[in-house]
Design a protein around this ligand. Structure first.
Ligand SMILES: Cc1cc2nc3c(=O)[nH]c(=O)nc-3n(C[C@H](O)[C@H](O)[C@H](O)COP(=O)(O)O)c2cc1C
Length: 185
């Protein structure tokens, strides 16, 4: 089982990147794990699709490698952040027809978690599920949302990381079991 982890934040002390590393721990004995580096993707421009840019190719290869992709999204103005949407727009574009699938997202399994303010990225997580479903990913319905308090926001440190790790452990096991059940069906 191959799982790609994607933090939707490029911020150095990102809460979502912290969640992603908790997932990396949780998956250590359950799956082969890679972390997506998408920080060098340019702003999407249809004029730049051909020839394929190396940064786009690298990202696509990572998605095509994975059985499942686990996203960790912040919430910006009740939506997913623009940079994450930009990356998904690149990934949603058609592959060469010889690849046999529409895009690097098609048919892959997805899980969603998110950390933001009081509402725990509820709106962004729900919009991300809608976007991934539109892009023909199969979305696991158990999510983890974390609402950082103002005090936590100031330090970028969770006050009770063990409690969050427990929720992430549960989601990791559920996601892997769900993918295995789907693949066996
Ligand atoms: C442009 C912008 C808009 C934001 N809008 C929201 C919002 O609508 N809801 C929310 O809970 N937090 C909002 N936040 C706070 C972020 O969710 C918070 O900074 C979070 O820690 C970002 O994720 P990260 O720690 O992974 O970088 C916003 C932050 C920024 C920079």
């Amino acid at each position: 089982m191959k799982i790609l982890l994607v933090s939707g934040s490029l911020r150095e002390k990102s809460f979502n990147t912290q969640l992603m590393h908790m997932a990396q721990n949780a998956l250590a004995d359950l799956a082969e794990v890679r972390i997506l580096d998408w920080s060098d993707l340019p702003l999407f421009n249809q004029d730049d699709e051909k020839p394929v840019l190396p940064a786009v190719d690298k990202c696509r290869d990572a998605f095509l490698w994975a059985d499942g992709v686990w996203f960790f999204t912040p919430e910006y103005n009740q939506m997913i952040p623009g940079p994450l949407k930009n990356m998904l727009d690149w990934m949603s574009r058609p592959l060469d027809p010889a690849a046999g699938i529409r895009s690097a997202l098609t048919g892959r399994y997805a899980a969603i978690s998110g950390a933001a303010g009081r509402m725990a990225a509820q709106s962004a997580r729900s919009l991300l599920a809608r976007l991934l479903t539109f892009c023909q990913m199969k979305v696991y319905d158990e999510q983890v949302g974390v609402g950082a308090t103002p005090a936590e926001m100031k330090t970028s440190e969770f006050s009770d990381p063990q409690a969050i790790q427990k929720d992430i452990d549960h989601q990791a096991k559920g996601f892997v079991d769900w993918i295995q059940a789907q693949q066996a069906a």
